[in-house]
Design a protein. Structure first.
Length: 140
């Protein structure tokens, strides 16, 4: 995938059955150490494993994260509240996060509205809601 400059998306975070062994972001560390240029997208911002998400974001600049479930209009024990979402965006960096949905289970339009309502700058919202994905997928 590195040779072709193609991204890989992987589930990360706790599963619906609350088993998380393979979902922990740290499970990717050895792969990322061997392939630091790998374009990896960890879904759900590492849902619940926020410290692991932050560590990976710090160590591997090409890793991206999506917002599915983690910053959503649904309210689960693993969905970040507004303050937590803003803090994680600021900590990881708005250039490392892009919009993701768990459609058809989650209404993406409502998730977009949730992100638009966060207390972050408009340019940060633009990055998360599209500009980062355009860059990641070489759409320019």
């Amino acid at each position: 995938m590195v040779a072709h400059d193609l991204p890989i998306t992987a589930h990360s975070g706790i599963n619906i059955d609350e088993v998380s062994y393979f979902g922990e972001p740290k499970k990717w560390l050895s792969v990322l150490e061997d392939f630091p240029d790998l374009k990896l997208i960890l879904a759900h911002l590492g849902n619940v494993f926020w410290d692991q998400t932050i560590e990976i974001a710090d160590r591997f600049p090409k890793v991206m994260f999506d917002t599915a479930i983690a910053i959503s209009n649904i309210h689960t024990p693993t969905t970040l509240d507004d303050e937590e979402a803003v803090d994680l965006i600021k900590t990881i960096g708005d250039d490392k996060i892009h919009f993701g949905s768990d459609y058809p289970w989650i209404d993406p339009a409502k998730d977009i509205e949730r992100i638009k309502g966060l207390k972050i700058r408009n340019n940060e919202k633009d990055l998360i809601l599209g500009k980062n994905a355009v860059k990641l997928f070489n759409l320019i």
